[in-house]
Each structure stands twice: as C-alpha cells, then as structure tokens.
Design a protein around this ligand. Structure first.
Ligand code: 5GP
Length: 171
C-alpha cells in the first residue's frame, strides 16, 4: 500500500460515533427513523451508526456520483440510483461520508423537499470540509471537521480503493 498517513484513528471514529448516536437517541426518542445511506462512501459509517440507534430504524440507499475517480469535485451531482419508498410524514436522516462543496448535500436535501413532506429531515456527515463550501448547507450532525486534505478510508475511496480501512487517512 502507498504511504498512508493517519488523520483520524479507529478509536477516535468509534468514540465520536457514540457521541453522535447519543445525540440522535436523545433527539428521536422512540420515533421511527428512515436512515438514507448515500452510497458508496457512507456505507461503513452508516452501518456503525445504525447499529447503536435505539429507535425503530429502516434503511434506504441512494447512489449519487460527482467525483468520477479524480481528487477534485466535478461540481456536478448526478443521480445514479434513487429508489426510495414513500417518506411523507417520516423522520428522514440522510447519512453522508463527507460534505465538501455541499453540492451533494444540497442535491439530496432539495430532492427530499421536492418529493416528500417529511416529518423531519436531518443531515449527518462523518466529515465536514467547511473551507470548500459553495452552498449554505450545514450538517445537523457531523463527526469531524477537516481541512483541505483528500481523505480515504472508512468508506472513502481513491479510485475505488481504501474504503475498507478502519481509520481515515490521506496519501
Ligand atoms: P460535495 O458535493 O460536498 O463537494 O462532495 C461530496 C462528495 O465528494 C462526497 O460524498 C465524497 O464522495 C466526495 N469527496 C469529497 N471530499 C472527499 C475526500 O477528501 N475524499 C474522498 N474519498 N471523497 C471526497
């Protein structure tokens, strides 16, 4: 493997997830939540998150593309696969790997608002790269704020690789 430097350790990630889950368990109480996992990057994060949620949970998956393998955002979000059930009057929690420009997050939130009258819509991202924000999107929940590094691991890829790392690193 190339020379990967660790940015956030496995322990730090798991500790932070416990804090996020505690906040969510407190906020939702016993109300059902529909967790929408944005593929592929959020799959590991969402899997860890949902397993500690205490309320009734349903999981849905959507797939969007914006990067196409390079390290810079194309600035355009494509809906590749969005097949969602009726989310009217439901609590929706969108789970993303990282908010960078915020275009993906905005696309998802606009899509929800356009198609459903949800009971609540919240956005959770593991990582928040605030400096590159091109929209006024702020995640309701986020794990860590990071600077301008291109990160990999814990679901995040570079050309499809490194999603399986237990930590977040950069090359
Ligand atoms: P945005 O639309 O906010 O610019 O970008 C969101 C998407 O870009 C994320 O879901 C993720 O797939 C990708 N992305 C942004 N920054 C990084 C990064 O540092 N590493 C990786 N692997 N993907 C990133």
């Amino acid at each position: 493997m190339e020379n990967i430097k660790i940015l956030i350790t496995e322990d730090e990630i798991q500790k932070r997830i416990k804090e996020l889950v505690a906040a969510m368990n407190e906020y939702y109480g016993n109300e059902e939540v529909h967790v929408i996992c944005a593929l592929k990057g959020a799959v590991i994060f969402a899997a860890d998150l949902v397993r500690s949620l205490k309320m009734p949970v349903k999981m849905e998956f959507i797939r969007l593309s914006s990067y196409g393998g390079s390290k810079t955002s194309s600035g355009k979000v494509n809906a590749v696969d969005i097949a969602l059930p009726d989310l009217n009057n439901k609590n929706v929690l969108i789970v993303e790997d990282i908010v960078d420009t915020g275009l993906t997050a905005k696309f998802l939130l606009d899509f929800m608002a356009l198609n459903f009258k949800t009971k609540s819509t919240k956005f959770c991202a593991l990582l928040d790269k605030k400096i590159f924000r091109k929209t006024d999107i702020e995640p309701d929940y986020y794990g860590f704020e990071i600077d301008d590094k291109f990160v990999i691991g814990y679901g995040l890829d570079y050309e499809g690789y490194y999603r399986n790392l237990r930590y977040i690193g950069y090359i």
